[in-house]
Design a protein around this ligand. Structure first.
Ligand code: 5GP
Length: 201
C-alpha cells in the first residue's frame, strides 16, 4: 500500500475518475523537462498551457509553451473567473486557463498542470481531489548550478528565484508525493505512474 504524504491516500471511496495532477517544485528543478518527457511518451494526456505576463524566452512559442498576454488581458481573465488558479512569481503573473482543464477531465483525460507553490495551494482548495506532486532536486547544489547555468536570467533574477526555491522545498510536506529529479526519464516515469493512478486509490 502506498502511504501518502498528507494522509489523503487510499480508501476514500470516491469512484475512479480521471484526475488532475499538479506538478510543482522550485524554479530550475527541471519541471519543464520532466513534464516535456512525459508529454513525449504520453501525448494523449492533457497538458495545460498557462497564460503569463512574462516575456517569451528565445525559442518559446506563443500558444505552445505559454499564452503570452499583457497585464490588462491577464487581469481581465482573472476577474472573469477564467483562471483555475493564478499567482505572481518573481515579478510576473502566471495562471491556468480553467475551461480546457475542465473539458479534458470531463472527457476522461488525466490533466497535468506545471505550476508554482501558491498556485498548487489554490488548486488544493478549489479541487481537493487533485493530486499534488513536488519535484525536488537531488541536492541544493544541483539546483543552484541548474539555475545559474540556464543563462536565460540575470543574476538578480536567479538570486530571487533561489530565495523562493527555499520556501518551495520547505512545502514538500503539503504534497501527496515527492519525486526526485536525478534523471529526467526516470522522474517522468515516476510521474506517469502517479498521473495514471485513479483518484479512488
Ligand atoms: P518560468 O518563468 O520559469 O517559465 O516559470 C516560473 C514559475 O511559474 C515556474 O515555477 C512555473 O512552474 C510557474 N508557472 C508556470 N505556469 C504557471 C501557472 O499557470 N500558474 C502558476 N501558479 N505558476 C505557473
Amino acid at each position: 500500500m502506498t502511504e501518502s504524504v498528507n494522509g489523503r491516500g487510499p480508501g476514500s471511496g470516491v469512484a475512479a475518475r480521471s484526475r488532475l495532477t499538479v506538478v510543482s517544485g522550485p524554479s530550475g528543478v527541471g519541471k519543464s523537462s520532466v513534464v516535456g518527457e512525459l508529454r513525449r511518451i504520453h501525448p494523449e494526456l492533457y497538458f495545460s498551457v498557462s497564460v503569463t505576463t512574462r516575456r517569451p524566452r528565445p525559442g518559446e512559442v506563443d500558444g505552445a509553451h505559454y499564452h503570452f498576454v499583457d497585464l490588462a488581458e491577464f487581469d481581465r481573465m482573472a476577474d472573469a473567473g477564467e483562471l483555475l488558479e493564478h499567482a505572481e512569481f518573481a515579478g510576473n503573473h502566471y495562471g491556468t486557463p480553467r475551461a480546457p482543464v475542465e473539458a479534458a477531465l470531463a472527457a476522461g483525460k488525466p490533466a497535468v498542470l506545471e505550476i508554482e507553490l501558491q498556485g498548487a495551494r489554490q488548486v488544493r482548495k478549489a479541487m481537493p481531489e487533485a493530486q499534488l506532486v513536488m519535484l525536488v532536486p537531488p541536492s541544493w547544489d544541483v539546483l543552484v548550478s541548474r539555475l545559474t547555468g540556464r543563462g536565460t536570467e540575470d543574476e538578480a533574477v536567479v538570486a530571487r528565484r533561489l530565495a523562493i526555491a527555499e520556501d518551495e522545498l520547505a512545502a514538500a510536506k503539503e504534497f501527496d508525493a515527492v519525486v526526485v529529479n536525478a534523471d529526467v526519464r526516470q522522474a517522468a516515469n515516476e510521474l506517469l505512474t502517479l498521473v495514471l493512478t485513479p483518484s479512488s486509490e
